[in-house]
Design a protein. Structure first.
Length: 200
């Protein structure tokens, strides 16, 4: 199996082939909802795999991840080694056409999700989209078994908060977002939500 090149270096053990396959499925699903030519903010960007997969279909990108070894740039992509929300984006009001949160929200305590939604609202242009994937809480048991079998590295599995994925639309549509897509994939164990920031 050919390894996809990475754009940034992260502080974590190397991914196993199954980790990479699961991640790539998430990325392909999410990119269907990212407009061509978009300026994209990828929260929890890891090594920049989403930007590699997007290629020339996006204009430029910013990736934020606390596991990055350092902030850096690679072509049209800037990487910020920090947690979200970050002061590095303080002057970025309305700078992005799309924000992606792939396998990220389950790492955020439920009480902090409204502030994340509000920060996404600030950073997005009117009409911009948020695309999030969230596993079912049942997935944690499966991932623990796969880790014991050494089939996956289990990226930050210990940080999962057991988020009920059905809360995501409720939280985002309390603000200025409208839900535009809801999908289940990976045998129904993973969920994708897409929201558009209303123009008015």
């Amino acid at each position: 199996m050919r390894r996809r090149p990475s754009l940034a270096t992260v502080e974590r053990p190397p991914l196993r082939p199954l980790d990479t396959t699961i991640r790539d499925i998430r990325i392909r699903r999410a990119l269907r909802h990212v407009p061509v030519g978009a300026v994209v903010l990828d929260i929890g960007c890891d090594d920049g795999a989403l930007f590699v997969a997007a290629g020339g279909s996006i204009q430029e990108g910013v990736g934020v991840d606390p596991t990055l070894l350092c902030s850096s740039e690679a072509g049209r992509v800037r990487f910020i080694a920090d947690s979200f929300p970050t002061g590095e984006l303080a002057a970025s009001d309305g700078a992005f056409d799309a924000i992606t949160l792939l396998a990220v929200l389950e790492h955020v305590p439920l009480e902090r999700l409204p502030s994340w939604r509000d920060e996404c609202t600030r950073l997005l242009k009117k009409g911009g989209v948020v695309v999030a994937t969230v596993p079912s809480p049942r997935v944690d048991r499966i991932l623990h078994v796969l880790m014991r079998m050494k089939l996956i590295a289990g990226m930050s599995l210990h940080e999962h908060h057991g988020l009920d994925q059905t809360r995501i639309p409720e939280i985002f549509t309390e603000g200025v977002f409208e839900e535009i897509a809801r999908e289940r994939f990976e045998l129904g164990l993973n969920h994708l939500y897409a929201f558009r920031k209303r123009a008015a």
